[in-house]
Structures are given as C-alpha cells and as structure tokens.
Design a protein around this ligand. Structure first.
Ligand SMILES: [Zn+2]
Length: 334
C-alpha cells in the first residue's frame, strides 16, 4: 500500500496541472492590465532590458553606469506601482497566485515534501478515492431522520430515536464547526445498522471539504498497516510515511473497531495509536459495536481508560435502519 511509482507520478501530475493553471490565470490578469494600462507593458519591457544592461555593466566592471541603471530600474518600478494603484489594482495583481504558497505548487519545500503533498498522498494511499464516492452520498446534507423511529420512547434517554438523532447530529456538527480550534475525540457505540458509519462519513466529508487531512480506515485495514510497518520493515520513505500519516493526520477515523482479528499485538498497537494521537493533540473518531465494558475486555484497561477519559462517548440506539435508508434513497432517486 505504499506509494508506487505510478501513484507518485499521479500526484506530480496534479502539481503540474496546478502550476499550469497558476500561469494561465496570471496570464489573464496580465493581459487585462496591459489592455487598460498600456504604459505598464512598456515599463515592464524597459525593466527587462535594464536587467540585461545591468548584468553586462557589472561584468564590464563599470560601477558608475551600473548605479545609473539601478536608479532607472527603481524609478520604473515606482512608476509601475503608481499606475497600478491609480487604476485600483493591488500591487501584486500580476504576480503568481499559488494554491499553496508554502511550496509554490511544486509539492516540495527545501527538497522535502510539503504539507500539501502529504494531503494528496493520504488521499491516494488510504484509498480515499473510493471513499470519496461514498461521501458524496452519505453526508450531513443527505442525513435524514425519517429512517428513525419517532414513536417509541427509548428508556433511559426518554426520547424517540428520531429525536435523539437530531441531538446527535447537532453534536457532530459542533465537532466539525469547532474542529480547528478545539479538536476533540468521539466514539460512537451501538449495534449494527444504527447509523454509526453514516455519522463518521458525515464528519469525514465535512472536514475533508475544509482541507483537513483525514484518514479513514476500517479497523482491519488499520491494524494491517501497523503489522506491515512492524514486521515487514521497508526502508522506503513511503511505507513509513503511511504509518506516520496515521499518527499525524488531523483526523483519524477508525471504523468498526472490534471486527478485526484481535490479539495482543492489536491491543498494544491500539493503545499506542490512541495514546500517541492524544499526546500529539490530534483528533480521533471511532465507531464500534462494542460497549465500553466489552472494549475493556477485548483490549486492555489502559485503552478503555484513555477512551473513557478523553473521548466523548456517543451511544446510538434503535433498530437496524440500513434497509429503511435504502428504501429512502430509492425514493429520492425515483
Ligand atoms: Zn505545498
């Protein structure tokens, strides 16, 4: 699952396209200014020839003439700035505008991969291309209460499932809304088909749209990556990047914790992952069929106490809504 040659090429193609687009848009802005202010074009041409002149004078060692050329250049720059300001253009209007100013859309800063490269890499590595299609269907906009029962009062919470889900949706929206300032961790518990995965999809979509780096993994895939990292050590950058991406991304979503093949390795890795992310101040969202006491039995006290202490636990109730939701979706598409 590490970054293959062709995946790397695919990412670099994105950067090439971005650079092309940057230049194209700059070109449009330039032409607009030249049309309105033909003097600016003349000034730029003279600036170009002054640069050539200056280089030649410096080679010749003619310091006096070089100084005159520098002064002329400064004069021209000022004229240009005044003309632009007079026409209401910001001074940098004709400069390049980058999607990512940090790396100027090259993907690299000082020969190291830029943050934005890592985001692209995560998208590709964690097969988020396949989840993207799901997220188009399952998000806050397509969330519906109609699949939840609105008659039966659930003992303990004294609400119907539909009423309760309104509250839960509100909590999830708050989580997303305050994510950048507050972060936080959530765990959704409840039996199969009560809407846990749907909620994690809503959160993932909303945060990806806000340019957060989100890694979405089923628990099986997560521990698969951990064991590959542990037992098949690959010296390549990419395999390690993938592992460190799990610890480092803005939001890690672990779907269906408890369905993986559990053993002591899994248990210790889960603790490491949960704990390390807490220490780094990174957010995690977990969905699981297990109750808190089952979680403690399945993994360890230290995992469950970290989760109980630092996660907001959101239990979900109700019947299996998956079939109802499908009926709803069919109705919508009809
Ligand atoms: Zn960048």
């Amino acid at each position: 699952m590490s970054l293959s040659n062709s995946q790397y090429q695919a990412i670099m193609r994105i950067y090439n396209e971005r650079q092309y687009q940057d230049r194209y848009e700059q070109d449009i802005r330039r032409r607009e200014v030249y049309e309105k202010l033909p003097q600016v074009k003349a000034i730029e041409e003279e600036l170009g020839s002054q640069a050539v002149t200056l280089a030649r004078l410096l080679l010749d060692g003619d310091e006096k003439a070089a100084e005159a050329s520098r002064r002329r250049t400064e004069q021209l720059r000022q004229q240009k700035a005044e003309l632009m300001a007079g026409a209401g253009y910001p001074a940098d209007y004709m400069e390049m505008r980058y999607h990512c100013p940090e790396c100027r859309d090259t993907g690299y800063v000082e020969r190291k991969r830029c943050r934005c490269f890592r985001r692209e890499q995560m998208k590709l590595l964690y097969a988020q291309s396949n989840i993207e299609a799901v997220l188009e269907r399952e998000n806050f906009d397509t969330f519906t209460y109609r699949v939840y029962d609105d008659r039966k009062i659930i003992p303990g919470i004294e609400m119907t499932a539909a009423q309760y889900m309104r509250q839960v949706r509100g909590w999830c929206l708050d989580f997303v809304e305050n994510f950048e300032q507050k972060g936080g961790n959530l765990i959704f518990t409840g039996s199969t088909g009560v809407g846990k995965t749907f909620l994690t999809h809503c959160i993932a979509k909303a945060l990806i749209d806000r340019y957060q780096s989100v890694v979405y993994l089923s628990s099986g895939d997560l521990f698969d990556i951990f064991s590959k990292n542990k037992f098949h050590y690959e010296p390549e950058d990419d395999a390690q990047d993938m592992y460190s991406g799990i610890l480092d991304c803005d939001l890690l979503i672990i779907d269906d914790l408890g369905t993986e093949l559990n053993n002591s390795f899994v248990s210790s890795q889960l603790f490491y992952c949960v704990n390390e992310r807490l220490n780094r101040g990174k957010s995690t969202v977990i969905s699981t069929n297990l109750s808190m006491s089952m979680l403690r039995d399945a993994y360890s006290d230290r995992v469950s106490s970290r989760i109980v202490g630092r996660y907001t636990i959101i239990p979900l109730y109700g019947d299996d809504i998956r079939t109802k939701r499908q009926v709803q979706l069919d109705e919508i598409s009809r």
